[in-house]
Design a protein around this ligand. Structure first.
Ligand SMILES: N=c1c2ncn([C@@H]3O[C@H](COP(=O)(O)OP(=O)(O)OP(=O)(O)O)[C@@H](O)[C@H]3O)c2ncn1[C@@H]1O[C@H](COP(=O)(O)O)[C@@H](O)[C@H]1O
Length: 110
């Protein structure tokens, strides 16, 4: 699937930025700043996506959604969690309904 390939390629690019010392990589700056900084940026971009979703500019929503995906991948990289590991969680949920998933979480929490 091309969508997954794009995310996988981006995740690999982000990982490679860990060892970038050129000083020209925004990703490298974020990773060097640490998880708290990455999480803050992710939160900001998520809020911007929410605001765009409430508006009528579809191009703006697509751009904000792309920012969210990029910043999520940077956040995961900062915690050494791979995209593949997250996709496996999603794969594990396939075939169950969202409501069943919700019920099993509620059960697990009690
Ligand atoms: N997909 C992205 C991407 N999406 C968003 N951004 C950056 O995320 C930042 C967030 O937007 P803001 O408006 O908050 O910008 P800002 O004020 O500059 O950010 P801060 O100073 O607050 O951190 C912008 O600087 C965007 O350029 C991205 N930066 C990089 N990528 C990808 O990562 C690759 C590697 O980038 P570098 O690490 O910079 O080489 C690029 O080739 C792209 O494929």
């Amino acid at each position: 699937m091309s969508e997954v390939n794009t995310l996988e390629r981006l995740a690999a690019l982000i990982r490679s930025r860990r060892s970038d010392t050129s000083g020209k990589s925004y990703t490298s700056q974020l990773l060097t700043a640490g998880t708290e900084r990455c999480a803050k940026k992710f939160g900001e971009e998520a809020v911007e996506a929410v605001i765009a979703a409430m508006g009528t500019d579809t191009a703006a929503l697509k751009a904000e959604a792309a920012d969210v995906l990029y910043h999520l991948l940077v956040l995961l990289e900062s915690r050494d969690v791979s995209l593949d590991e997250v996709l496996k969680v999603l794969d594990g949920r396939m075939g169950t309904s969202g409501l069943e998933e919700k019920a099993s979480r509620t059960k697990g929490a009690s």
